[in-house]
Design a protein around this ligand. Structure first.
Ligand SMILES: [Zn+2]
Length: 312
């Protein structure tokens, strides 16, 4: 599917709205390859030598518009309105223009509704590419207007190897490549992000202390402090409880290999049933956070539910 889309794009056949869904690193890579191909003015697209390809490679192509959340964590209706004004002017370079909406799931409902008409009747030569982890992050009205393309994930081993070739230590390469599966975390971005790696420790600590006395106060305070990264912290907590369950089931393929003792302790402290329940609560919370909720309240409610699993 993915290859067909690229082949067709080389010939100039492309839907005017394409929805890419799948793991972040592979998705970004494909979105770039596709955009470069669409914008290339040479013969064998992407030729790599035309002015368009060159500008694309150094990140200064004027007709490649990338939209992602700015000040807040969301793409808002005003961002979409600005975009619509921009795409209704003539392209600079050629007759083509590509709009890549990165993490399209961060568009709130209003923003998605504002985009609908442009997706249906885009200005001439304009192609929209929307990227998400899972299709259901978007309104069905958006999905129905796009040609959906499932993105093949890179294998964990490939991701790990390429990180190590770039100088990452094996343990860390293992952790981040596993984490990039099933979450919207990019392994290549995460491994360079010191702040996120420190936050990971906080999230693991949260899993450790939640079930101790005073745990709730500690963890909810931490979430308050890092509320902008609540989704990420929850993703990490999910991997920790997932590891405990995996370990309790006798399997060895745990993600957080640097925290093995935490995993082993958890696997003995909780029953498998309890771990499953905790994972379900985390999953429900993740769904909830996709919508406009007061994050702190949603997190605290979920934390309380997670604690009840043990006391009931
Ligand atoms: Zn070219």
């Amino acid at each position: 599917m993915q290859d067909t889309v690229l082949l067709n794009a080389k010939k100039g056949n492309v839907a005017h709205a394409i929805l890419l869904y799948g793991a972040k690193d592979a998705r970004e890579e494909f979105a770039h390859a596709l955009s470069k191909t669409l914008l290339c003015t040479g013969e064998n697209k992407p030729c790599g030598v035309c002015g368009s390809c060159k500008r694309f490679e150094i990140g200064t192509h004027p007709d490649f518009i990338v939209l992602e959340p700015k000040k807040s964590k969301y793409i808002r209706v005003d961002d979409i309105r600005e975009l619509i004004v921009e795409i209704n002017t003539k392209p600079f370079e050629s007759d083509k223009r590509v709009v890549y909406i990165k993490g399209a799931g961060t568009m709130n409902t209003q923003a998605q509704n504002a985009l609908l008409k442009s997706l249906e009747e885009p200005p001439q030569g304009c192609v929209f590419i929307l990227g998400v982890l899972k299709k259901d992050e978007l309104l069905t009205t958006i999905i129905s207007r796009c040609a959906a393309v499932k993105i093949r994930s890179k294998s964990i081993a490939d991701t790990k190897n390429s990180l190590m070739q770039n100088g990452a230590k094996e343990e860390l390469a293992h952790i981040v490549s596993y984490m990039s599966v099933g979450t919207d975390i990019s392994a290549t971005e995460l491994i360079k992000d010191k702040k996120k790696l420190e936050l990971r420790k906080e999230a693991i600590m949260a899993c450790r202390v939640l079930y101790r006395s005073g745990g709730f106060a500690y963890v909810s305070k931490k979430f308050k402090e890092y509320i902008d990264n609540a989704e990420y912290m929850i993703d990490i907590m999910e991997t920790v409880f997932r590891d405990m369950l995996v370990f309790a089931c006798g399997a060895e393929n745990i993600i957080n290999i640097d925290e093995k003792q935490v995993i082993i302790n958890g696997a003995t402290y909780f029953t498998k049933k309890e771990l499953l329940e905790i994972l379900q609560i985390i999953n429900a919370l993740k769904q909830q956070l996709c919508y406009n909720v007061v994050k702190q309240l949603a997190v605290e409610a979920a934390l309380l539910k997670m604690m009840e699993v043990k006391s009931s």
